[in-house]
Design a protein around this ligand. Structure first.
Ligand SMILES: [Zn+2]
Length: 181
């Protein structure tokens, strides 16, 4: 995973904007300078950098904020298989499940959160690896404008089936209110 990807995931998970210091903490990138460099490079295309309240620490400092959405227009219909919206729809379902599993982790960058839940033994290793596969391909589509090849699409459709099965199992284990999805 690249530092650029780590920073973008942290900003996506935060909802509001984040200062470089909070991004350093959330991503686990060891050098503060690296975060500053990545943030400076992202500043035009993906983010704004301005003095305002950081949603992490609340300080009034230089804050990085994502432009509305990172999605680029593609010459294919919205929600078609392989588009960012298609990836994001599943990702949102996964985030809801992870929030249920781990309410304290809300707002953590997705990949880092999945990896630590896996390492703590709170998330099955196979499910975690499908989630990481899903989100890393999603990030290439979202952040690099990659268009999936036919073979990649075949693979991610299978991954999606695995994730859907995991979500169904998770919901039936955790749904104590008896409502259906
Ligand atoms: Zn902060």
């Amino acid at each position: 995973m690249t530092n650029r990807e780590r920073v973008l995931e942290a900003l996506e998970a935060s909802g509001g904007g984040l200062c470089d210091e909070c991004i350093t903490k959330l991503t686990g990138i060891s050098r503060h300078q690296t975060v500053q460099q990545v943030c400076a490079r992202l500043a035009n295309e993906y983010t704004s950098r301005e003095h305002t309240a950081c949603s992490g620490c609340g300080k009034n400092v230089l804050v990085n904020k994502l432009h509305r959405k990172t999605e680029r227009p593609l010459p294919i219909p919205l929600l078609a298989d392989g588009t960012q919206s298609w990836f994001d729809e599943m990702r949102a379902q996964l985030v809801r499940a992870l929030n249920q599993l781990d309410p304290q982790g809300k707002g953590e960058p997705f990949s880092r959160r999945v990896a630590s839940l896996r390492d703590e033994g709170r998330l099955q290793r196979n499910a975690a690896s499908w989630m990481l596969t899903w989100t890393s391909l999603r990030n290439i589509v979202a952040f690099e404008g990659h268009v999936l090849t036919a073979r990649e699409l075949e693979i991610v459709r299978l991954v999606r089936d695995e994730l859907t099965a995991w979500l169904t199992g998770f919901a039936s284990e955790n749904d104590t209110h008896g409502h259906q999805t």
